[in-house]
Design a protein around this ligand. Structure first.
Ligand SMILES: [Zn+2]
Length: 277
């Protein structure tokens, strides 16, 4: 939870058509909105689909509902994307002690060392990791159907299924001519209402992880204190294996072998959009 304090916001990362977090906060203060709204910064590897999706969550669910506190998501992006370790660096820089998440993918094998570094840095800074294997596209597909079978880093089969899902025509042109937005009304309408299904499907992937010891019931998503300043609780070091086991995968389940998997479901549960069942 954020108390909305005197957080520092350095740099100009993430500014652009979505505006800056500082501007948005000033606006909220002017309008006298509830300062206790939960603030979550999310740095994204991709420059379009993930931040589009976060905007969708923010606009659709951010106001909250009876019994569900509101939230404000601040996507952090960069033109041409960010490497996984860069997402952790950017969100650590921007979020101060507010809640911080990163979203990145396996997406081939040429960045494995960088992913490892990102996992180490995320554990040290208590940044939640939403890792998808092979890609964020899997999370979108899970809104419409279950999925299984190792993809070895390739998203071809997942995108093909997304384009040809019987549930909707909205993704028919997805990933054609770089059309990977989640801003169009038909795509948002197609996703909306299927969040519970997506979470259930993603949790099933944890349960059926070939490693064998992975259980979605052991996953964690409650906000943790990221404060290491005086007056706050002292930072406790946590191993990157233990931190990445917040996904529900066992500590000794190799992250790069979680194929297929996506941890994005934990963000929706954490935000109160969906309850686990
Ligand atoms: Zn596993």
């Amino acid at each position: 939870m954020s108390a909305r304090g005197d957080k520092r916001h350095k740099g100009s990362q993430g500014r652009g058509r979505r505006g800056s977090a500082d501007d948005a906060r000033s606006l909220e203060r002017r309008q006298g909105r509830d300062r206790r709204v939960r603030v979550v910064y999310v740095a994204c590897e991709g420059e379009q689909t993930e931040p589009d999706y976060l905007d969708y969550l923010d606009e659709t669910f951010g106001a909250g509902a009876p019994g569900k506190p509101g939230f404000k998501l601040y996507p952090i992006t960069a033109k041409n994307g960010l490497l996984p370790a860069e997402t952790v660096a950017r969100v650590t820089d921007r979020a101060g002690t507010d809640e911080a998440w990163v979203l990145f993918d396996r997406d081939g094998s040429d960045r494995d060392a960088d992913i490892q570094q990102a996992l180490l840095d995320a554990a040290a800074a208590k940044v939640e990791v939403g890792f998808s294997h092979p890609s964020f596209d899997l999370w979108l597909l899970l809104h419409f159907q279950a999925f299984s079978g190792a993809q070895h880093g390739s998203s071809t089969s997942i995108v093909d299924r997304l384009q040809n899902t019987k549930a909707t025509d909205a993704f028919r042109e997805y990933d054609k001519r770089n059309n990977k937005n989640v801003t169009s009304a038909p795509r948002r309408k197609a996703l909306h209402g299927n969040e519970q299904k997506a979470v259930d499907h993603a949790r099933a992937l944890v349960k059926h992880c070939e490693h064998g010891d992975c259980q979605p019931g052991t996953a964690a998503w409650q906000p943790v204190s990221r404060s290491n300043s005086s007056g706050g609780e002292p930072q406790q070091r946590i191993s990157w294996q233990r931190w990445s086991a917040r996904s529900g995968h066992a500590e000794h389940c190799p992250v790069l072998h979680r194929d297929p998997s996506t941890d994005v479901w934990r963000l929706l549960v954490s935000l109160g959009i969906v309850a686990v069942r």
